[in-house]
Write a protein that binds this ligand. Sequence first.
Ligand code: ZN
Ligand code: ZN
Length: 353
Amino acid sequence: MEYARPMTTVRALVLERLNEPPRLHEIEVRPAGPGEVRVEMRAAGLCHTDLSNVRDARTTPLLLGHEGAGVIESVGDGVEGFEAGMPVLVCWKVPCGSCRQCSAGRRHLCESVQELAEPRFFWDERPLPPLLNAGCFSELVVLPAAAALPLPDQLPLEQAALVGCAVATGVGAVLKTAQVEPGSRVGVWGAGGVGLNVVTAARMAEASTIVAIDPDPIRRELAVARGATDVFAPGTEVSGLDYAFEAVGESEIMAEALGALGTGGTLVLIGAAARDAILCFHPRAFLSKQQRIVGCIYGSLDPHRDLPELLGLCGEGRLPLDDLVGRRISLGELPAAFVEPPSEGVRTVVIFE
Ligand SMILES: [Zn+2]
Ligand SMILES: [Zn+2]
């Protein structure tokens, strides 16, 4: 098959095989086609989902990375509203607009994604699929124009990058998925990039109690600074919550969070569990207490409606970003971060030179 030319050679992080550390390789990126943009990545966060794909990616080889920001490098035919040099956020979940859910106005439940007409990355002469339709650990990415959201000029790109996954997921989980009411008692397990944003959004939703549970004392302090009313190390008994958010992705923690709910309580699953993980719970108590368990992807957001609003809140300082940026590393240092994820700070961010 013939693909659009000329290709551009860039460095990117490729997962070659499951359960082996990903490595940097030179890959080929094709030009932006009709309706597409090509983005020079400037910053990309290392999210739990990137790490967990090493264990359970659906396909390999795979280009990793899905939380990033960059600047428009070029635009394809028919694309309006973008020009070279414009800062953009990468959105990894763009509703297709035509499936049953999208047609019914439930774009956050889209059962598909916006597909590109042709593969965009190539490695070893073969198409290289990107994780979550993004592939942010590449110096250059091709995206459907709808997956690039213009960023306000004043937002540093290393901070803005995190809005694309951690902020969107954590804030959306509270405001959209759960729709937490004022006066609610909220708990969050895991005070990382997502969990800290659950705390902030619970504060915005005027929750009366916000409990954050995390083994790391520094993260517990950050949770307090963002408005948590109580912080605990794991294992502390918590009860009577209206909403419990599990942002770790482990069955035992989900069970603990479920056990902390009171009557009418809702457990929101945010953390990506292993594909073969199983959650056990007592259905009798669950039904007696009229509880609910809800899954949450991308904070149940409709990106084009909701992300500009979140970016506005970031600009106003109502959604802090600076405390999320932990270690800044180069693309060259990224493979080592997969072998031993840096412990300091909340989010490790790759800064592209
Ligand atoms: Zn993520
Ligand atoms: Zn759809």
